[in-house]
Write a protein that binds this ligand. Sequence first.
Ligand code: HEM
Ligand SMILES: [Cu+2]
Length: 546
Amino acid sequence: MSTILQPPPPHIEQKINYLNVDYGWRSWLFTTDHKRIALLYLFSITAFFFVGGAFAVAMRINLLFPEGLVDNDTYNKLFTMHGIVMVFFFLVPSIPATLGNFLIPLMIGSRDLAFPRINLLSWYIYIVGGIFTMTAVLQGGVDTGWTFYAPFSTTYSNTHVILAAVGVFISGFSSILTGLNFIVTIHTMRCPGMTWSRLPLFVWGHYATSIIQVLGTPVIAITLVLLGLERILHTGIFDPKLGGDPILFQHLFWFYSHPAVYIMILPGMAVISELVSCYSRKSVFGYGFVAFSSLGIAVLSFVVWGHHLFVAGQSMYASMVFSFMSMAVAVPSAIKVFNWTATMFRGSISWETPMLYAFGFIGLFTIGGLTGLFLATMAIDVHVTDTYFVIAHFHYVMVGGMVMAYMGGLHFWFPKITGRLYPEGWAKFAALIIFVGFNLTFFPQFLLGYLGMPRRYATYPDEFHALNVLSTAGASILGVGYLIPMIYLTWAWRKGPLSPQNPWKAKGLEWEQAPTPPPTFNFDDPPIVTEPAYNYSAIPEEVHRG
Ligand code: HEM
Ligand SMILES: [Cu+2]
């Protein structure tokens, strides 16, 4: 944080911008500037990423040995807290709260979000939620799994379930308010000429995400309230002894949590559309299809939750419908992959770091999505459900997809955010390490799952040893891969060379019309849009204004 709280050294001349307009902690903690709030999120989310990562490291070390190192109860807590922190405090807010917050007003040519104070409130709510959940962690942890399944969470677990659930409940409001803020902003604050059909796909992706956030998150909030009531007052909603049904909990949980996986991936897809077109110097192929596939995903994501209940005793007919719908939700995702590929076809591709992450995303997300189709096929799912195959599937989408997009986006907009350039050589090196480490960590888990190793166990039979050692080796490489950008980005923020206004010669208001870094209200002159998004064919060389 100290980087941004101190004035820059006097020998560097920078125009007044959102970073140097004011110093001191008050100017940050009471800011209503969407760009500063985005940075508040960036630092807090990064902190949660490393907390969640620490639990992952502990798990992987434990799994180096078939007999394990920690006892079963401790291991239960490790994977639970890893999941809760990563899903609710990193993945769900990550891209929308940081890049979305920073970029949506810039991309649509407005001074800020529609409700700047609510935006700040969202960050405080997120932090308060985080404090509750971290208190649960510090007091000894939770062991229910991030899924909080009843009856274990409601009746049998003797860990800090309520405290952790309250934290997740509270942070949900941050997500709802952010979504609401984005929807209203995108509807009402577009500058002259920024029609819906000229909206950058980044904005379309966030629009679709916001719809899910607003419609889905209240359901998890209610579910967690019911869980609390059941645990404290024994209301009997989930307890068969009192006329309740534990499977109802799974329905309620996944009614939110499946759409939530699209809260995590849609913003990633949104980033990739921007990167692919910029580094291919081409308009995104099939703009309309890519935009509407986001909305398609948002709608369909609400009708597939039952694929998490294939083995839970759900009616066979329900399972058939859910299986079919899960196949259908893959169609809009596939449309995007096809369109990005077509965008690159005959493009003038350059291999800067953000594009490396985009390639990583496309390949790894495809593996994650296709294995999702395996799982959506009931006959296969019965075999691999609750095994490492599922773990590998969702890490390919969430880490191989979402985190790759996040890293790509952070690099792409780093000059915009900080006014400085990062070291390209180090960045390429780190991207490569992350790609190798990721695959070495998670590919063996597909094999482990297929061979029958169940998830959520502290120990395993000897025959799974070699693949687990491979996975832990990969995790060490991946861990180093994530630390390298932490170091050079922090360095570049203070000491990196100053960036020209548009270092990538990218299209879009945020690059072409806003100064780098932008002033508090984003634009020196009111922006006007006169051309479609990604009009790269019309780009004159002198756009490279310094
Ligand atoms: C291409 C579309 C997708 C399909 C058809 C699909 C299908 C499935 C199915 C059937 C399961 C349940 C497996 C089981 O429990 O036995 C599952 C689990 C999961 N998927 Fe996907 N998936 C898709 C995309 C995604 C995406 C994009 C994400 C996240 C960004 C994701 C995250 C997860 C998670 C977190 C779980 C496991 C939850 C748990 O039990 O802890 N999936 N997926
Ligand atoms: Cu699902």
